[in-house]
Design a protein around this ligand. Sequence first.
Ligand code: ZN
Length: 151
Amino acid sequence: MLCPYCKEPNTQVIDSRTSEEGSVIRRRRKCPACGGRFTTYEKAALSMPQIIKNNGSVREPFSSEKLRRSMEIALRKRPVKAALVDEAVNSIERQLRLRGEKEVSSKEVGDLVLAELKCLDMVAYIRYGSVYLNFQTLEDFVSLVEQTRKL
Ligand SMILES: [Zn+2]
């Protein structure tokens, strides 16, 4: 970002915050050349994070389509209205955007999905959890169900 005072091209971000509704990122910047400080407002929509998979070896742009499909698989034949799934997908997107980060791990996305499914439908939550948490044994499954019961 160009310094408005001396045109130095490499300015530093000293503070960064996202507006409440998540649409604008306000950054305080400092110019290392002249010491000038200024503020920029950037559209947060441009900064939807990349998703990092498999301990950093694969990166891909966030896709709400993909997210929705993975949730629909878990919700198959469950009595949950499509509008509620839309809301859950929007909510996950919003939470990711509010972080204002360039990259988010697929595990973090999975945690957000689990939190949404927990509110929507317990069966879908357990289905998604059993795939996402990579269950190997029946005991893994039983222990998730038991944890769910205690909630
Ligand atoms: Zn400057």
